[in-house]
Design a protein around this ligand. Structure first.
Ligand code: ATP
Length: 500
């Protein structure tokens, strides 16, 4: 596996991702997606939306605004508790996120520790500034929300925040969406959108940035039916590595097991949690990620967010360790109740069956970072092919930035370039295509291998008389002759049957 720095260099070289405003020295924690990067990112979002919104009857989507009424963040608890513990070097003034500093030096997981616990640990372990070995000052909380002002005045009344998560806009629109879409419990509301966090120390390229995107679902259930998950049968036999709170306490290793075993042994207690963990894991695998590069890890008590009673993360083994890719929190009725209290509006639903008013509970909130997902797919696709002597990015065709590249065998033969243009124009109506006539065919193949193009089509002299083309498959370099009129159908079949 290449390092995260090598991945960042590769992404820049291939037009996937650039450091933001690099001509001015860059801005830490911000990135821009380039021409091919934006295609991959859009494909990821499209696949997620199709799987979790369009193809499901129980989930609908919204697209809320980034800036909302500031009271939303008072109600959600973000203005008072969305914070990390910061610690500063007395000498060089370098600032650290305290839990990350502890973890990087001692490997101890310190997320969620109190200031007191952090300070006494730092003292006991004699942890110093990593930059200058200086003494560390007292730890202090640091709120991660970005501030802005709405309107021409810049005062307390016009203060607003860039949203640090997409979830809250779902809660504030809960009643309208439920009524408009005539949703019946259990149901979900989904959203893809930007979130902003003024991270103390952004690091590891896209993994921890200050502006990123989330794909989130709030999944609501009847408060008395928290354990009733009809869909559990769909994932019962799905296998994954499980790392429960108990296993972490006992310092044992994660265990691979089927969902039904994890449920029967009460390792995962709630079937909805199991269902969502397995469903999200399956989504990654269906798009070419490697099954065993993931594990699910339960939050230990200290780590739990202020709103959550149980949270499981899906973690991925990045070159810098096992890290959170997505979190699935049980938020209960915390958010709806908070918004009811702060807005004085009724967000409860009338349950036809029991003829009573109920406040639905968010049994699971699958929340995935788009940018971390981008990294995962890139890592699992990245291979160096010794024989070809070039990088081959084995992206699933559904994610590839270019699906089909079309080449005339020679660039100086007009009959070939014309035919290649005709094929390109025909295919681009349906697929993302790229036309390339420059350099040798071998060079053109390797350029496409590096950016993950699964299919290359070459038009040669035989194509002119036989109305057929050569299609070359990226993963195997196998070449097939295909009739021009069967090309679209063949490509569709290759996408459908693709196995990485
Ligand atoms: P972490 O513990 O890594 O800071 P978190 O638990 O605060 O993450 P959540 O609030 O659960 O993260 O956010 C849901 C998802 O959003 C995360 O699983 C991750 O994929 C993504 N995410 C959160 N913070 C960032 C960030 N700073 N940069 C990129 N993605 C992020």
């Amino acid at each position: 596996m290449i390092s995260i720095e090598e991945m960042a260099t590769f992404c820049k070289r291939r037009g996937f991702i650039y450091p933001n405003s690099e001509i001015y020295g860059g801005l830490t924690g911000f990135f821009d997606y380039g021409p091919l990067g934006v295609e991959i990112k859009n494909n990821i979002k499209k696949e997620w939306w199709n799987t979790f919104v369009r193809r499901r009857e129980d989930i609908v989507g919204i697209d809320g605004s980034i800036i909302t009424h500031p009271k939303v963040w008072d109600a959600s608890g973000h203005t008072s508790s969305f914070q990390d513990i910061m610690i500063e070097c007395k000498k060089c003034k370098e600032r650290y996120r305290a839990d990350q500093l502890i973890e990087s030096i001692t490997k101890e997981r310190a997320d969620g520790w109190s200031i007191k616990k952090i300070e006494s640990f730092i003292k006991k372990q004699k942890i110093k500034c990593q930059k200058c070995n200086g003494e560390l000052a007292e730890a202090a909380p640091f709120n991660l929300m970005f501030h802005t002002y709405v309107g021409p005045k810049q005062d307390k009344e016009s203060l607003a925040y860039l949203r640090p998560e997409t979830a809250q806009v779902i809660f504030t629109n809960f009643k309208l969406v439920q009524e408009n879409a005539r949703l019946k419990l259990p149901f979900g509301i989904a959203q893809i959108g930007k979130a902003f966090r003024n991270e103390i120390s952004p690091r590891n390229f896209l993994f921890r940035s200050r502006e990123f995107e989330q794909m989130e679902i709030e999944y609501f259930v009847h408060p008395k039916k928290r354990e009733e998950c009809e869909q559990i049968g769909e994932v019962e036999n799905h296998e994954l590595f499980i790392y429960s709170e108990k296993m972490q306490e006992e310092e044992s290793k994660p265990k691979k097991m089927k969902i039904k075993e994890a449920l029967s042994k009460r390792i995962i207690k709630n079937p909805w949690h199991a269902y969502w963990l397995a469903t999200c894991h399956q989504w990654f695998i269906s798009l070419g990620a490697h099954q065993d590069h993931f594990r699910i890890r339960q939050h230990v008590k200290d780590e739990l967010s202020h709103y959550s009673t149980d949270t499981w993360d899906i973690e991925y083994e990045f070159p810098f360790g096992w890290k959170e890719l997505l979190g699935i929190a049980d938020r209960g009725d915390y958010d709806l109740k908070q918004h009811m209290h702060h807005s004085k509006k009724d967000l409860s639903l009338f349950d036809e069956e029991t003829k009573e008013k109920i406040i639905p509970q968010v049994i699971a909130e699958p929340s995935i970072g788009v940018d971390r997902t981008f990294l995962v797919f890139l890592y699992d696709a990245y291979t160096y092919d010794k024989k070809r002597e070039n990088i081959v990015l084995k992206l699933h065709p559904k994610l590839a930035p270019i699906l089909v590249a079309v080449f005339p065998l020679l660039s100086n033969k007009q009959e070939l370039t014309k035919k290649a243009r005709d094929v390109f124009n025909m295919l681009k109506e349906e697929f993302s295509c790229f036309y390339d006539a420059s350099g040798s065919i071998g060079r053109r193949y390797s350029r496409q291998d590096e950016v993950g193009t699964p299919f290359c089509i070459t038009i040669d002299f035989d194509s002119l008389t036989q109305q057929d083309v050569t299609i070359r498959l990226r993963d195997t370099t196998e070449q097939k002759r295909v009739k021009e009129k069967e090309l679209k159908e063949t490509i569709d079949k290759l996408i459908k049957e693709y196995k990485s």
